[in-house]
Ligand binder design. Structure first.
Ligand code: GAL
Length: 312
């Protein structure tokens, strides 16, 4: 049993192996949390771990690999999970939502050709199990836009949004998804044009949307900022700092809002030279009025009484 998660260390799964799930997301489904993230080892692209308590993670499956089954869908996509020379393409920041109407888990991910970042596309895959072998549906540019760092968000009414950087990362586009979550349905906002915000992560509290992001400096961390809005389509506020000048040496991966633990920030502490040494940062998010703040803690400890405790 693991009862503590130390920030900036390689957390281990229940088999004692390092967790490879970077730039990812966690969803709650049927008494479990499912954690999806980048796994760049061997022929893997996206891994899935499962936990009942957020501390003890059981490795479940590599849900997307170079050999995943594929099937085209209605929008025009290109199915390409390997390069011509047999090498891997590059899939980053996988995000998953469960679609209640179709009973499918839908994954959106940033797609690059594995050589450079010029593809700037998103890719979609689906499965009828949270941790099964996902079927890959190919990559495309939403409405022709470039699309790099991205996140997914599902609202209380079931409508879902894909948010991704466009125009060479200068803008953050917010797309409402179609009902089955398989395609974009409408571009509803272009946020902070020219501000180069990436690594988006969204949470809604007290009817207000808070969108966290980083600046665009590759693997190097920078000052986190957020904006707020009463309507996801805007108007959005100007950008306000959160955390410190390096976001505590992390970049937003996603936000998980839980009844038992409150709202939680998950970041990646990237190691650009040794990618698989990149570690995780987990911190509580505080709200007051229309302000959000994140303080630094060394570790999270699981307690019987209060669920989770953060220690400085
Ligand atoms: C970051 C981005 C990461 C990864 C990295 C590569 O800006 O957020 O997901 O793409 O650049 O340099």
């Amino acid at each position: 049993m693991t009862d503590e998660l130390i920030n900036g260390t390689l957390w281990q799964d229940t088999a004692g192996r390092p967790i490879h799930a970077r730039g990812g997301c966690i969803i709650a489904y049927h008494h479990y949390y499912y954690w999806y993230g980048e796994d760049r080892r061997d022929n893997n692209y996206v891994s899935c771990y499962r936990s009942a308590d957020l501390f003890n993670w059981e490795f479940r499956n590599c849900i997307l690999t170079t050999d995943s089954p594929s099937a085209p869908i209605r929008q025009r996509t290109t199915i390409r999970l390997r390069r011509d020379d047999g090498g891997k393409v590059n899939l980053e920041r996988p995000k998953v939502l469960y679609n209640e109407a179709t009973g499918r888990f839908v994954l959106w991910v940033h797609y690059e050709n594995g050589v450079n970042y010029r593809e700037a596309a998103c890719a979609v895959a689906t499965c009828d199990q949270p941790d099964g072998d996902f079927v890959y549906h190919g990559h495309f540019n939403p409405y022709g836009y470039m699309s790099r760092d991205c996140t997914l968000y599902r609202d209380q009414d079931g409508s879902a949004y894909f948010i991704s950087t466009a125009r060479d990362n200068a803008d953050l586009n917010v797309y409402r998804l179609q009902e089955d979550y398989l395609n974009v349905g409408q571009l509803i906002a272009r946020l902070w044009p020219g501000e180069y915000r990436e690594a988006p992560a969204l949470i809604k509290k007290g009817g207000i949307y808070y969108l966290l992001s980083s600046y665009c400096t590759g693997w190097a961390p920078n000052q986190g900022k957020y904006g707020t809005a009463a309507d996801i389509g805007g108007p959005w506020s100007r950008l306000v700092d959160f955390a410190d000048a390096t976001t505590y040496r992390s970049q937003p991966a996603f936000i998980l809002d839980t009844a038992e633990y409150g709202p939680l920030y998950f970041g990646d502490r990237w190691d650009g030279e040794h990618y698989t040494h990149s570690s995780y940062v987990l911190l509580p998010i505080k709200f007051s009025g229309r302000q959000l703040s994140i303080d630094y803690y060394r570790k999270a400890v699981r307690t019987e009484a209060s669920g989770i405790q953060f220690i400085r």
